[in-house]
Write a protein that binds this ligand. Structure first.
Ligand SMILES: Nc1ncnc2c1ncn2[C@@H]1O[C@H](COP(=O)(O)OP(=O)(O)OP(=O)(O)O)[C@@H](O)[C@H]1O
Ligand SMILES: [Mg+2]
Length: 480
């Protein structure tokens, strides 16, 4: 019979066949709708009669498997809604998956899938298989064409169908169940002895295929491929795809161990290994991320802090330097004042000596006054003149001192104003460093910190007298 006759027909008075979705070795898959609820769509898999007719027990086996499959309610298993038989064909009514088979996805990708995607798919598959195994059902035909992917998840289909059709295969000189590319060694060597670990192997092949874009073994014939599954070492997936990490490659190779004893002992264990790998990866990524952030933070801090400190440093240093200059100028001014006092003392003494000479000359007979007295008085007058000009000079110097001090005080005020821009912690830190660097600066630190706090932008920060008072502490010998 040509199944295409099915197009447009209604099966079981319920399912209208809309179009062909695809064709596999066992039959064709059609898109169908529920005639009463057209929004509900199905994928109807019609098994080829040539497989089913030759097996007298097929109906029983089919019914049993379909019932078991129908009981498997799992988000990652394509649900079997119904099963029946047309006049000549057995069919299964499956939930329609609006997506594509993993095999088509891989064809489109023409290479490996991104690791995250591959792992997400295999986790869905393993979770579905584990559920089936817990319900005593081994798939036996896990392969990428039997994994359907939509925008939500991956779903596995065709549970048990391979086994249902196995007896037919025997008559066809084919002793094994499954698809050679994905078959476990034991499926070929001892098909009656297999257990759920055979699905672990096939899922391993699917993971290998997704990560490398290739199947582990290829060959001209099914026999050749199967032989390789039995005898040949599985190639290291990292040799095909360098991006695969060592731990992930180890997971793949463990799933593909020839001896079921060496494999993951179930799909749950396989799944847990992948989840542990992902957690480890996330942890490493998080650590790397945090390290990078910390490094960036440290770099930024290291970059900004010296910048910031450099700014504070310069300003604090300016404040210290100007305060020190003020005090040095105050000291100089003090020296000048002292100089004037001394000169004034000398001048006074000379003036007094001169006065006594002048008084003596005035009251003495000029004939009795020695000549040198007059000369002495003249010299003394010149001396007094000289002292006067010294004093004038020093007074000028004092004026210069005052100007310099004012200038220095203005710069000091500017520095204090600038220090307002920096936080007190940084200022204190640098002030502390300056103090440690020079004992002379110890006193200024307190002034600088205090002036910064009480800074009044509109007023003079420090008068000369105020500066002198401060400098008396710096130079205790000073007295005005
Ligand atoms: N439930 C479904 N929903 C949507 N499309 C489906 C569904 N089941 C199968 N298909 C489509 O039908 C195609 C044929 O599926 P089918 O199972 O017949 O072939 P196969 O898996 O390639 O081979 P095999 O006969 O070995 O299973 C699939 O590739 C898929 O595109
Ligand atoms: Mg299939």
């Amino acid at each position: 019979m040509s199944e295409d006759r099915l197009l447009g027909s209604v099966l079981e008075n319920k399912y209208r066949i809309l179009r062909l979705l695809g064709e596999g070795a066992m039959g064709r898959v059609y898109l169908a709708e529920n005639i009463q609820l057209p929004d509900i769509r199905y994928a109807i898999k019609v098994l080829k009669s040539e497989f089913t007719d030759s097996n007298p027990q097929f109906k029983e086996e089919f019914t049993r498997e379909a019932q078991r499959h129908a009981k498997l309610q799992h988000p990652n298993i394509v649900h079997v809604n119904d099963y029946s038989k047309t006049s000549s064909n057995f069919f299964l009514v499956l939930a329609f998956v609006d997506g594509q088979a993993l095999s088509d996805l891989l064809d489109d990708a023409q290479g490996p899938l991104p690791e995250k995607r591959a792992l997400s798919i295999i986790k869905d598959v393993l979770s579905a298989l584990n559920f089936a195994h817990e319900n005593a059902l081994v798939h036996q035909d896990v392969k990428s064409p039997n994994i359907l992917i939509d925008s939500f998840c991956a779903r596995i289909t065709d549970f048990g169908i391979a086994r249902e059709l196995a007896n037919v295969a025997e008559s066809d000189s084919q002793k094994w169940i499954g698809t050679p590319d994905y078959m476990s060694p034991e499926q070929y060597i001892s098909p009656n002895m297999i257990d759920h670990r055979s699905d672990v192997y096939s899922a391993g092949v699917v993971l290998f295929e997704m990560l490398t874009g290739q199947l582990p073994f290829s060959g001209e014939t099914s026999e050749e491929i199967l032989r390789k599954h039995v005898d040949e070492d599985v190639p290291d997936p990292r040799r095909i795809e360098k991006k695969i990490s060592k731990p992930l490659a180890r997971i793949v190779l463990k799933a593909l161990a020839k001896d079921p004893e060496q494999r993951y002992q179930g799909c749950q264990e396989f799944l847990l290994a992948i989840e542990a790998y992902e957690r480890r990866n996330t942890l490493i990524k998080t650590i790397i991320f945090i390290s990078i952030l910390t490094a960036i933070g440290a770099m930024t801090y290291a970059y900004l802090k010296p910048q910031k400190d450099a700014g504070v440093n310069v300003v604090v240093k300016t404040a210290f330097d100007n305060m020190e200059s003020v005090c040095l100028d105050v000291k100089l001014m003090h020296g000048n004042f002292s100089g004037i006092k001394e000169i004034e003392g000398v001048r006074k003494a000379i003036q007094e000596q001169r006065q006594s000479l002048v008084d003596y000359v005035e009251v003495t007979n000029p004939a009795d006054v020695p000549e040198w007295y007059h000369q002495e008085i003249q010299d003394m007058e010149q001396e007094i003149e000289a002292q006067n000009s010294y004093i004038k000079n020093i007074q000028k110097q004092i004026q210069d001192n005052e100007r310099t001090i004012k200038n220095r005080l203005r710069k000091y005020s500017e520095a204090i104003a600038n220090l307002q821009k920096f936080d007190s912690e940084s200022v204190e830190e640098v002030v502390k460093m300056e103090r440690a660097g020079s004992a002379n600066r110890t006193l200024y630190g307190d002034y600088i910190l205090g002036d910064r706090v009480s800074f009044n932008p509109s007023g003079e920060i420090l008068s000369i007298d105020g500066a002198i008072e401060r400098c008396k502490i710096r130079f205790p010998e000073l007295s005005f």
